[in-house]
Every structure is written in structure tokens, then in C-alpha cells.
Write a protein that binds this ligand. Structure first.
Ligand code: 3H9
Length: 691
């Protein structure tokens, strides 16, 4: 079948795009559409044209895979849109699924738009670090008004067809068969003259709107290039003739597309989709239905995990050892929901509906029917082994037995059961009802079916699941431990904690290493360091940060950690802490030196990169892209930096190695090898067929 199929329905020519899975505007699509317009133009019997998507959707946008092609080889979306806009006969976009980016831009250049009720329309380019580059910035404000257009283009979020109709973006909602409805609409409007063209309309707006948008993006899109360009272009839609805005848009689109930020965001777009693919697992790998969940532990973690299931409509039985703890856990869940309802993001009925799906119990035997059971008690191997021994006796055959451990050996936990194939790690990140990352820890004997079911479950509860192997800290925490070590070293050598944090804030991380430690609780890191020293047979740790914890400063929760916290919860440096650090350096004979922001940034980020390379080499992570996804969704690494590994690629691995060596550190063998060969992590993923 041709990529664009032409069918005559009487006097209407229907052009159907067949470019699965999402009808992106790939090579071949513009040629097919031009051929369709040629046919329509040359045939007097054709009085109007319908453009429709075959399969599950209208056009989902420009083909992102072609962004790096030389301009001559990239599909010419703008050229097609210019022709479509000027076409002498009425054209109708028939939209189902999603009309996104270049897809919506094609629709906006048609004379009319009709859609199914559940279709979605949007300009999500900002999420890829670019801007609508085929007329969207000039046409959308002319249709829906500047404030709504700015909202759509800056958030990147689509609107539903019903709202689009109210906005004038869709002319008619089609009940029943879309194609039939669109053909009827096209026929009914075949004689409309002059043809209503959006490019001929004008847009007005109070100049204040643009000033407010520029202020707003300082908060919502700090440090990013494309949002500012979008506002500039929306302003041109009001102040300049269409043609001028259209030409400026082309220039600014190229500028945004060629920026490291857009490369970073596109890398993440594909990395996120790759993360769900596991070699060896096929579409036929059997999965089981998860219709009920059991959770052991109603603490912060257990409660947060339970909320994910309740939100997805999956009933949860939650187990505690004492009534008080159970009541407290339930009260926290209820309060979380009530707070959401107070903010208007949920109705009171929704709160009750979710709470009704939750069964509290003190009896572990009540988990006998659960399809999945997740243990979320504190990090102690003996306690976990005891729980899994009991679960082995209680759980029905085929139930998934999961541990939420963040550091312990899942193989060792699985080994106490008679069904290690059913055991897996599901590592949620705190607060578990908010953070999107789920590390899926594949133990030695975890079955493919349990792994595939866990991946499908992650999607269902709206998490980004990334499969990792067993090691201390898995991927995320193992790397963050190295980063924490480096951060403490920087301070030991002479940096102020606030300087290290500021360096990471400047890179776009909402929290630097010390702000993050204070939020997580300093006692947690303290306990981990104690535990690791014990395991390694090293003396008890006695760093400056350990001493701060020993002063009783445990972080935000005690109002005092590395920083002081007042009512506003903003970190303020503390003189006692500074004095303690100075005394510590003196005791160790360290002559403090000034560390510049470049050194702070490089040493912190490259500590992640170096450990990441080691993790990749060991096969604990399958792909460098997986590590990036983990850092974005679990640790707040800014997506527009491409994650730590993507960032290293952008800097150049040779430069990363030179910097590490310059700081007296040893680059991981894989990092060194790739640098010597002039390669990138992304290339390494591709070479191994992992991307
Ligand atoms: C643009 O239009 C620029 C213009 O303004 C100007 C140009 C001059 N290209 O997400 P899924 C692939 S910028 C290439 O798993 P879902 C995707 O990688 C573009 N490939 O499915 C995956 O491949 P695989 C503006 C694309 O149902 C497969 O399709 N548009 C594209 O969960 C399925 O995707 C966007 O930003 C693409 N545009 O969600 C839309 N889109 O199977 C981006 C998808 O090999 N796309 N693929 O892993 C989306 O938001 C979602 O994919 C969508 C479907 C909602 C469409």
C-alpha cells in the first residue's frame, strides 16, 4: 500500500496516511500528500479533499528521527504546508487519536478540522526543546487567542477535541465513523468561497500577556531556550504580518533544534521508550493480570506505594504489625488525598472511592489472594527474610513477591522462598505517590513473565519502569552515593556546601547534593555509611557530615541539618556548621583552597558519569539511556541536559576523561575506552543493539 492512499468518495478525494505506528511526517509522507493534492488539483470532478490518518492516529508530528538529517534530506513539512494553505479547493483534516506538533500544523493549514470526541490536539514541541516550526506559532494564536495558545505551546499539553471545538480549533465533532463524517463535511463545504484561511486572520492581545509569560517561564522553564522563543513568536503573530512571523519561526526552529538542550530532550524521548524494551522479552512473553495488591508496611513508603495502586483502581490490602501504625498510615493516605481534593485536583467522591479500595489489616494471611505483594518495611535483611519466608507460605501460586529494598541483595531475599522465580525488586522513590521512577530489579532467578508483568504494571500505575540488576544501591543510589562522597570531599578541600549546591542548581537541578541530603534526612546517609563501613570491614566513618549528624542535626525534618530551615523551608547556612567544617579541616591538616564553579560542576557530575560507566560495563544497567531516565525521573536531573550520560556525550567523553584525570581520579575502563575510540555512550547503546 502506498504511504498516502488516494480514494475517491464521489466528488471528495480522501488521502489516508499509512505510516505506522503514529503517522509521523517521515520521508515519503510529503511526497504522497503532494501527489494527492496534484490529483485533486488536476481533476475537476474533485471538489474537496479529506486528509486522515490510517491506524490509531492522525499525524503525531514531524518525524523526530529525521531531526539530525541534513536539511535537503529532511521531509519538507513547511513546503507542504505552504501549498496546503494556498490550495484552491477546501481541505478537511479528519482527526482521531492525536494531532500533535507538525500534525496539528497540517490540520491548521487545512480549510477545516473535524475530529472524534476523544481526539487530542496539541503542540508539544517545547518538550523536545524546539518550537512549533511549521506555522503553529503563527496560526494557533490566530485561532484560539494568545493566552490559550501560549498555555498550549509552553506546557506542550494537548487539549481534548471537545475543548478544541469550544476554542474554535475544531469545526465539528464527528459521532460515529470519522471518515464518513469528514467526507460529508467536506461535501457540504465544497462551495465555500472565499476559502477561510487562518493565515489571513489577525490576532490581538494585550502586551501585558507577553510580559507575564516571560516572567512565568523564568519559573517554569528556568534556563531553557525554546520557551522564550515561543513567546517571541507568539508576539509576532500579533504585531507582524503572517509571512514575517512564518519566516522568523523557521529560523528560530533551526536555532532551537540545533541546541544541546533539544538534543538532550530528544535523547530522553527515545531513551524513555527504549527503557521498556528488554532483550529476550518479546510481545508474547506471558504476563499475569494484576487485579489486587498487598502491601506490607504502612509507613511513608508503603502508604505512597499503595496510593499508586488505588489511583489505578486496583484494590490494596495493607498490612502492619500494630493497630497504631496502621491507623497512622491510613490517616496519612487519606490526608494526602484530601489535600489533593482541596486543591481542586480531585473530588471528595474520588477520595472516598480510593479509600474504599483500601483494606487495612494486622494479619499477613489476608494477602493470600493478592496478585502482587510488595514488602516496604525498613532496610534490615533479617526482617525481610522473615517476611519472605512467611509470604512463601501464604501467597497464592503465581503471585509476584516484590521487595522495595533500595540497597539489599534481592537474590538473597529470593533464596529464602521456594519460588525465587516469582521474586523481584520494585524500588519506588520517595514520595512514592509522586516520583515517577520505578527501578525494576531483576534478580538471578526472576522469571521473564514476572519481569514482563512488572513492566506492564509500571505503565498501568503511571511509572517509568527501568530494569536494573542486583548490586548495592542498584543504579540510582549506587551513583548517588559516589556523588555524595564527592560532594563531601569538595567541602573538605575548601568549598562551602552552598557553593556545591549552587553549582548543581545552575545546571538546572532543583536541589544540589546537600539540599537533597537535608531533605532525605541526614540520618539516612549516616546509617548507610555506617552499614557500608561495617560490610567492608572499615573503621566507623567520621567525616564532617557524620559529625553534623552527631550534633543532632538531621536535616529538614529537625529544622536543622547542613542548613537551618525556618518557616519558609529555605536553606540558610549555619555558623556552627561552618565552624565545625573549619575545625575538621584543621584537624586533618587540610589547607582549604577556593574551588571554582567549573570544578564543582565537573567533579559532581562526572562522579555520576564515572560510576554510571562502571554500572553499564557490569551490565547492571542495560543502556546508558536507562541511566539517564533513572536520573531524570528519580533524582531531578534536568531532562534538557540529557541525563548524566547524555550530558557527558554532549561534553565529549574525551573531555570528561581529561577532566577526571586532571582532578587525580581514575576513569572507569569503559569510559576511558569509549573516549579513546572517539565514541559516545549513545553510540555504545546503538552498537550493542540496545537503542
Ligand atoms: C514537530 O512536529 C516539529 C514541527 O513543529 C516542525 C517541523 C519543521 N517521530 O510514545 P509511544 C515513535 S516535533 C518519530 O510508545 P504512545 C516512538 O518512538 C514532534 N517517532 O506510543 C515509538 O517508537 P518505538 C511533535 C515517533 O501511544 C512509537 O512511535 N510531536 C514520534 O504511548 C510509539 O510511541 C511529538 O512530540 C515522532 N514524532 O504515544 C509527539 N512519535 O515503538 C511525540 C512517536 O520504536 N510522540 N514515535 O519505541 C508522543 O507524544 C507519543 O509517541 C504519542 C503516542 C502520544 C504520539
Amino acid at each position: 500500500m502506498s504511504i498516502v492512499e488516494q480514494t475517491r468518495e464521489g466528488d471528495v478525494l480522501v488521502l489516508t496516511i499509512h505510516n505506522p505506528p503514529v503517522n509521523a511526517f517521515s520521508p515519503g509522507v510529503p511526497e504522497g500528500l503532494h501527489a494527492g493534492l496534484d490529483a485533486a488539483e488536476g481533476d475537476e470532478g474533485v471538489r474537496s479533499v479529506v486528509i486522515i490518518g490510517g491506524g490509531r492516529t492522525f499525524i503525531a508530528g514531524a518525524d523526530i528521527k529525521t531531526f539530525d538529517l541534513p536539511r535537503e534530506q529532511a521531509p519538507d513539512l513547511r513546503g507542504f504546508i505552504t501549498r496546503l494553505d494556498a490550495f484552491p479547493k477546501p481541505t478537511v483534516a479528519a482527526i482521531h487519536g492525536t494531532a500533535l506538533g507538525g500534525g496539528l500544523e497540517v490540520a491548521l493549514a487545512c480549510t477545516y478540522r473535524v475530529a472524534t470526541k476523544d481526539a487530542q490536539l496539541g503542540l508539544p514541541e517545547v518538550k523536545l526543546g524546539v518550537l512549533p516550526g511549521a506555522g503553529g506559532t503563527q496560526r494557533l494564536p490566530r485561532v484560539v487567542g494568545v493566552p490559550k495558545a501560549l498555555e498550549m505551546m509552553l506546557s506542550g499539553n494537548p487539549v481534548k477535541a471537545t475543548e478544541a471545538q469550544q476554542l474554535g480549533l475544531v469545526d465539528e465533532l464527528v459521532e460515529g465513523d470519522l471518515r464518513e463524517g469528514a467526507v460529508a463535511f467536506a461535501r457540504a463545504h465544497a462551495d465555500a468561497r472565499p476559502l477561510p484561511r487562518i493565515s489571513e486572520r489577525s490576532a490581538q492581545a494585550d502586551p501585558q500577556v507577553f510580559a507575564a509569560a516571560r516572567e512565568g517561564i523564568k519559573k517554569t522553564h528556568r534556563g531553557q531556550l525554546s520557551p522564550g522563543l515561543i513567546v517571541d513568536l507568539a508576539e509576532m503573530a500579533v504585531t507582524r504580518p503572517f509571512q514575517e512571523g512564518w519566516e522568523a519561526e523557521a529560523r528560530l526552529f533551526m536555532q532551537a533544534k540545533d541546541s544541546p538542550q533539544s538534543r538532550g530532550l530528544r535523547h530522553i524521548f527515545f531513551a524513555e521508550r527504549e527503557a521498556g524494551k528488554i532483550p529476550g522479552l518479546t510481545r508474547d512473553t506471558p504476563t499475569t493480570e494484576i487485579n489486587s495488591a498487598g502491601i506490607i508496611g504502612a509507613g511513608t513508603m508503603g502508604g505512597g506505594i499503595a496510593m499508586n495502586f488505588l489511583n489505578a483502581g486496583i484494590p490494596v490490602t495493607i498490612v502492619e504489625t500494630a493497630q497504631g501504625a496502621l491507623d497512622r498510615g491510613l490517616a496519612v493516605i487519606r490526608k494526602n488525598y484530601e489535600n489533593t481534593a482541596k486543591k481542586g485536583r480531585m473530588t471528595v467522591e474520588d477520595v472516598e472511592k480510593r479509600m474504599a479500595l483500601l483494606t487495612p489489616t494486622l494479619n499477613m494471611e489476608d494477602l493470600a489472594d493478592a496478585d502482587i505483594i510488595i514488602e516496604a518495611v525498613f532496610e534490615n535483611m533479617d526482617v525481610k527474610k522473615d517476611i519472605f519466608t512467611r509470604l512463601d507460605a501464604i501467597a497464592k501460586p503465581g503471585a509476584i513477591l516484590a521487595t522495595n529494598t533500595s540497597t539489599l541483595d534481592v537474590n538473597e531475599i529470593a533464596a529464602v522462598t521456594g519460588r525465587p522465580e516469582s521474586v523481584i525488586g520494585l524500588h519506588f522513590f520517595s514520595p512514592a505517590n509522586v516520583m515517577r521512577l520505578l527501578e525494576i530489579v531483576r534478580a538471578e532467578k526472576t522469571s521473564d513473565s514476572v519481569l514482563a508483568t512488572s513492566l506492564a504494571l509500571a505503565k498501568r500505575i503511571k511509572k517509568v519502569g527501568v530494569v536494573v540488576g542486583v548490586c548495592d544501591g542498584f543504579v540510582g543510589n549506587r551513583m548517588i552515593h559516589r556523588y555524595g562522597d564527592e560532594a563531601r570531599k569538595l567541602v573538605e578541600e575548601g568549598a562551602k556546601p552552598e557553593d556545591a549546591d549552587a553549582a548543581m542548581n545552575a545546571l538546572g537541578l532543583p536541589m544540589g547534593p546537600f539540599q537533597m541530603s537535608d531533605m532525605a534526612g541526614l540520618d539516612i546517609g549516616y546509617a548507610i555509611r555506617q552499614h557500608q563501613a561495617k560490610v567492608r570491614g572499615e573503621p566507623e566513618p567520621d567525616g564532617w557530615l557524620d559529625r553534623i549528624v552527631e550534633m543532632g542535626r538531621k536535616g529538614q525534618k529537625t529544622g536543622a541539618g547542613i542548613y537551618d530551615y525556618g518557616e519558609d523551608r529555605r536553606p540558610k547556612p549555619n555558623a556552627d556548621v561552618q565552624a565545625l567544617i573549619e575545625a575538621y579541616r584543621a584537624e586533618k591538616g587540610v589547607q582549604p583552597r577556593a574551588l571554582n564553579p567549573q570544578e564543582l560542576t565537573e567533579r559532581l557530575v562526572y562522579s555520576l558519569v564515572n560510576e554510571g560507566a562502571q554500572i553499564l560495563d557490569e551490565g547492571i544497567a542495560q543502556r546508558a539511556g536507562d541511566i539517564d531516565v533513572i536520573y531524570i525521573y528519580g533524582y531531578g536531573f534536568p531532562p534538557y541536559r540529557g541525563g548524566p550520560m547524555g550530558y557527558a556525550d554532549e561534553v565529549g567523553l574525551k573531555n570528561v576523561v581529561a577532566a577526571l584525570e586532571g582532578y587525580g581520579q581514575t576513569p572507569a575502563p569503559l569510559l576511558k575506552r569509549l573516549a579513546q575510540e572517539g565514541k559516545t555512550f549513545a553510540g555504545y547503546d546503538r552498537e550493542r543493539g540496545q537503542s
